[in-house]
Design a protein around this ligand. Sequence first.
Ligand code: HEM
Length: 418
Amino acid sequence: MENTNEALPDVFDPRIYAAGIPHDAFRALRDRSPVARQEEYEVLGWPAGPGFWAVTRHTDVVRVLKDAGTYSSHLGATQIRDPAPADLPFIRRMMLNQDPPRHGRLRRLVSRAFTPGRIERFEATARSRAKELLAAARDAGPEVDLVRAVTDDYALLNLTDLLGVPAADRGLLLEWTERVIAYQDPDEPPVLDAEGRPVNPRSPAMLAEMFAYAQQLAAYKRREPGDDIMTVLAGSPLQDAELEMFFFLLTVAGNDTVRSAAPGGLLALAEHPAEQRKLWKGEVGVDTAVDELLRWHPPVLSFRRTANRATELAGVPIAAGEKVVVFHASANYDERAFPDPYRLDLGRTANPHVSFGDGPHVCLGAHFARLQLRVLYEETRAALPGLVPAGPPRRLVSNFINGIKSLPLRLEPCAPLA
Ligand code: HEM
């Protein structure tokens, strides 16, 4: 068969994403090869892998995410890079890396901690935190890096409150999540093994400290219960190892995603003054704005599955055991699912974006994430006259998290309409 791979764009290289979502590459894949073979070459000190299928159209992304029977989260876990075979059984203990029906048992147990009532009780705290951080940013202005001044702390502190982590321990959580997520980024020096090779941040050795902390916190919550997630988990039938894993999952899933979504949304507003003005004047609802900003800036770029059996997707045969990677960052801009996808439209109502995933693993924290973003945008509008770009943002080197490391903005009204 003719090899057409060479002509197909590469969307694997984590360095590409430091320049933003590679829209041209994704559009070319959607149009020409919606299930495309990708090379997984050695990059940034990480060894080469067997390659994978990149799924870029909305309809196929949803199909893969919903069909856990064919596209497993368990076989090879959910990161593009294969875990070391020795680490695989450990990583598979995490709910994220399980398939139905086993996944359902854990999901039901932990869902009890995420009741809408509990989440909504955090609104007042998130709001006063947003007010405080934004007031300090305004006083430091007119030019401010909003990641450093507002959004990093906002995401981390909201999560530690929800989990019930005491204030003195919040810094630990930040350190742990940065190790796991930013491992492809040159700003985060890798931990090396005896032979100088980077150590997988998801391996048991790297996580021992965090797990010990999860047990201590659970013991503390059994003595001193609070209105928080760890109190519910500490009193649930979760086994110790399950509780540790779930604590790890939450600290990563709940922190870096919001740390990406918040500056991603503010950047999109700064870059689109006409839409920003509509939001500031109350001409569009904040709820539709939250979802459109999540579509525009998907915090998670991709997730991996592994084919359980030989199958076919968009006419392409996939062999059992092959990796299948869905790209949320492409699906959200698929012209087959969204009219005028490259136009930011804060009033967009039919908005089936996949930023929170779909199927059995659909984000458990979506309600909490949307609440935090709504409060942040409302308070930004109340506190600041407007947002104007003051230099290029710095983005994370990662093919997994769409991170923004700095966001220089001038806190002044955006340009008046010509
Ligand atoms: C804007 C912010 C967020 C985004 C974009 C996001 C995105 C996602 C996505 C795409 C998945 C699906 C993973 C898969 O398909 O394998 C997921 C799962 C998950 N998310 Fe979120 N997330 C966000 C915030 C949060 C927060 C704040 C929490 C918790 C406090 C959270 C907890 C989880 C958990 C526990 C799962 C695993 C669910 C399962 O395996 O059944 N997320 N998230």
